[in-house]
Design a protein around this ligand. Structure first.
Ligand code: GDP
Length: 196
């Protein structure tokens, strides 16, 4: 499965200005610097589609991309940026929560997690919140090339264990490396299946 066409549609600061919800939509979110832009660029085979390494927390935008004229990929602003003020963090939360809970065509949220790290409270809290809202989500562990497979697997196992304290089962999990271009195919296949 390969993306043939990926185009930027619009950036929004307001939920009421989003494109008409006429296509299935998939949102990507995670802590800033988790590798979200790199993942989007690797998945879509377009180097500059999502901007990599913007100043963390600076752009509070919902970015829509249209993929193969059939679905929307949504790049959400990263959370957990240390430099942002409390007010801007609250604004982020309101804005994103509003988007996630009001978007009728949203099929699934892909939560990105850094595979090098032990489970982080901020990522777990976000997953619990998605669960409370009844929003379907899947986990994408990033930067797999940065350590051994054993280490990645150990961190993933710990994350699953934490989730199982709250959830009856764990969601689908993908392990990716934007650097080595691995793990993107299964994500695209999953999206394709849902769209069918
Ligand atoms: P974002 O803030 O979540 O959009 O993160 P970026 O995509 O900008 O990535 C943050 C940093 O991590 C950049 O320096 C990327 O080059 C690096 N990075 C992202 N994904 C990978 C990966 O899979 N492997 C490696 N080695 N570095 C990565």
């Amino acid at each position: 499965m390969e993306v043939k066409k990926a185009e930027f549609v619009c950036s929004n600061t307001r939920v009421d200005k989003l494109p008409a919800p006429n296509l299935p939509e998939y949102a990507f979110i995670g802590r800033s610097n988790v590798g979200k832009s790199s993942l989007i660029n690797a998945m879509t085979n377009k180097k500059g589609l999502a901007k990599t390494s913007q100043k963390p927390g600076k752009t509070q935008l919902i970015n829509h991309f249209i993929i193969d004229d059939t679905w929307y990929l949504v790049d959400l602003p990263g959370y957990g940026f240390a430099k942002a003020s409390k007010t801007s963090r609250n604004e982020w939360e309101k804005f994103i929560r509003r988007y996630l809970t009001h978007r009728d065509n949203l099929q699934c949220v892909f939560v990105l997690v850094d595979s090098r790290l032990e489970p982080q409270k901020i990522d777990l809290d976000f997953c619990y919140w998605l669960g409370e809202c009844g929003l379907p989500f899947m986990l994408v562990f990033t930067k797999a090339d940065k350590q051994s497979a054993v280490k990645s697997d150990a961190n993933i196992a710990k994350f699953k264990k934490e989730l199982l304290q709250w959830f009856e089962e764990v969601p689908p999990i993908f392990l990716t490396s934007a650097e080595k271009k691995v793990g993107h195919e299964p994500i695209l296949e999953t999206i394709n299946e849902v769209n069918r």
